[in-house]
Design a binder for this molecule. Sequence first.
Ligand code: ZN
Length: 372
Amino acid sequence: MHLFDDRTHSVRDLAVTPRMTIYVCGITPYDAAHLGHAFTYTHFDVLVRLLRHAGAEVLHAQNITDVDDDILRVAKERGEDYLELGNREVAGFVEQMRTIGNEPPTFSPRATEFVPQMIEEVRNLLTVGHAYERSGTVYFRIASDPDYGSLSGLTREQMLPLAEERGGHPEDANKDDPLDFVLWQRSVEGEPWWESPWGRGRPGWHIECSTMSQSLLGQPLDIHGGGTDLIYPHHESETAQAECGHPTDTPFVRRWMHTGTVYMAGEKMSKSLGNLTFVRDLLARHGPMAIREFLLRHHYREDWEFDEAALDLVADPGEGPASREAFLGALEDDLNTPEALRVLDRAAALGDVALRDECRDLLGLSEVRSAP
Ligand SMILES: [Zn+2]
């Protein structure tokens, strides 16, 4: 099987071993799931199905970031407890992902359940000299890691505006370098807190994921993924924490895999622009399997423009073989779901019901579920 590697920017062979670990960054549950979420998690679901079909036991973890700046801000705006807000949004998310045919991950860790382990990771980074503490907040010192930036390939000048846009607070005067990032932060009045060696505080976003993945799946991870906008600073910083905190001969992650961006009217679908298409609204207007098929008609690395009118169009199966080999060959070629669907369509057009059903099974398209 071949899969693109975001570290080397090339399609490389992926060895399927008897036991494989996948960690996919999950949601921060402060709002309903949108099409970008569905796109990411549906493609990772197909990858897990394919690896299991190839004989691997796959341990798939998808976390829930139930304490961070975003969820605390929204909970405060609404005068609601952040855990209640999180629980409600998680319940909706789990139900919607199930409805569009995604199997539940093996593990769905919540950040608030791993705080003691996160404190231990931060303590270790201080001990080995990759972090410093200022007034109850602990920062990672990027100057201590010569590899910082190697995953994203970004220059400092490129990182700075992204750090600003993505909650990195480069203006924080307590930092030695504007690109240093928070490992542990002192909780302000009204925020949840945990006791730590640095006083009452809460974990930083990046340490949450590297700690949960290492706690549940160990190091190295076979595959770590998420949306492309997580490469910097989130995955860059996760890598720095894990590799500086636990130096070994193997990297933190064997294969980085990121899904493309969904656009709407030329703009990235995002909370801040207010142009989100929510999964629950699409489910009210379209069948769940039509939504799943529509998502899989875009390759996982594609940036694409959402056009709801296209959702129910019948796709052109094109010319080509309609065989089991052609179907699996497409999926094993960097998870080419658009081509795999064309093979499925050709099998259907030829009346090859057995092949069509086998293809539908592997893509998760045979599950008949009703909309919530
Ligand atoms: Zn993450």
